[in-house]
Ligand binder design. Sequence first.
Ligand code: UGA
Length: 491
Amino acid sequence: MRVAVIGSGYVGLVSAACFAEIGHDVISVDNDCAKIAALERGEVPIHERFLPELLSRHRGGRLRFSTSVKEAVSNSEAVFITVGTPQSETGEADLSFVDAVAREIASAVDGSIASAAHGSKVIIEKSTVPVSTCDSLRQTLLLSGAHHGSFSVASNPEFLREGTAVTDFLYPDRIVIGVDDELSSSVLRAIYQPLTSGSYYGEEGPIPSGSYAHKQAPMIVTNAKSAELIKHASNAFLAMKISFINAVASIAESVGADIGQVCAGVGSDSRIGPKFLNAGIGYGGSCFPKDMQAFHVVASQCNYDFGLLTEVMRINAEQRLRFLKKVKSALWTLRGKRLAVLGLAFKGDTDDVRESPAIAITQALLREGVQVQVYDPAAMPKAKEVLPSKDVVYAEDPYEAAANCDALLILTEWKEFSNLDLRRIRLLLKHPIVIDGRNLYARDRMTSAGLIYYSVGRAVGVPEPMSPIARHGDVGLQLPLPTVTRPAVAG
Ligand code: UGA
């Protein structure tokens, strides 16, 4: 099928590459000429696993790039809208990019290639939007000159996580299509047929399928409004899981329970499940914070006071403050101290720093007069836009970041941070203190390397023997002993 994907951000570019991968002829469109030129040259603008392989496999073949919406729409039977829906000042989703694209599409839907059977195109909303956006989209297309019968509108929400977006697309838990007419239904079913029939999974592709036991991807067919609601409700539910476990972690920490053990017990109930129960410094990124606000506005517009969402957001904001308090209590005072920060991305496996808790915490530390040495495996170029090099030292690796610091902070769940040479870290640090906002380590591992280990929802880990004077190499350093709350639990 001929497919246009309008908007070449994370969702658009991954979707375009994956549609090409499953056999469609795709035009990926963006109004950023420099981005399109770079894509045509073979550059990959985002850090996304397997995307470079897919782009190089299909570029110039089944996948083309363009800056012209009109050209792409004219040559396609299905048009996916994947432009940004940022948060507006009021918290609701700003749909002006969707609106602008709809107007451009309207001028191209008549008199061009269309579904052979029906003679009209299907315009599919894939950006995260409030419920009823398909209605507004339909209206805008008509008001902008598209004729009745020349198009259908559908919803096809995405569930792609940054970092695993390609495998999330090709090996999905479910594909949701929100369709209000036969044409939309048949076109979307045909587009995803290689996944739903399982034919794609029989092919030798560049994407390892080892851990994915897919035979056929499940498809859920709903009306457009339900599909739109599924997207917001899914993100809100995941955010709620994170805030819930962070709230439980605060209780665990205060009574001397271990949040890891609590999660193992809670998550092994198949009705609850173990995923998205990692306590830490809270959720960030370009999706959850914005979608929570937007969903809350949607609820208000429906005269429903969705106080649960407000509380999820409040707990999430508080989580960063609690972490900062922990840093203060571990170091006594902050002004003039030097801290190593490992991780700037909003989560591991991405270079994205939008709404990153790690960036917010680093900025708060700078405001407190702390000197900061940072390292992130992928996000440093993007971080420099919000954390200029004059304010922080960018290190080449975790060890350079740790050198001569009063403590080491772990703020992003990168896999490489869970396997540091801890004895080397201990020797590099001025004081043997690690404050882990992502619970990447077992306490014993840290304490047996001689490190005092603070984490989230667990008692402080203190190396044995530990006296008020902690020994570091040959030098005796005055350290405040960790404040261990009732009941006293030592590592
Ligand atoms: C999220 C959803 O997971 C996707 O399904 C959805 O398609 C996407 O938003 C979107 O709406 O486009 P993403 O923002 O890439 O994906 O990241 P997640 O993996 O969901 O993580 C979000 C945040 O939650 C990160 O800051 C992460 O560190 C945090 N998190 C996640 C936790 O603190 N604890 C957990 O257990 C899981």
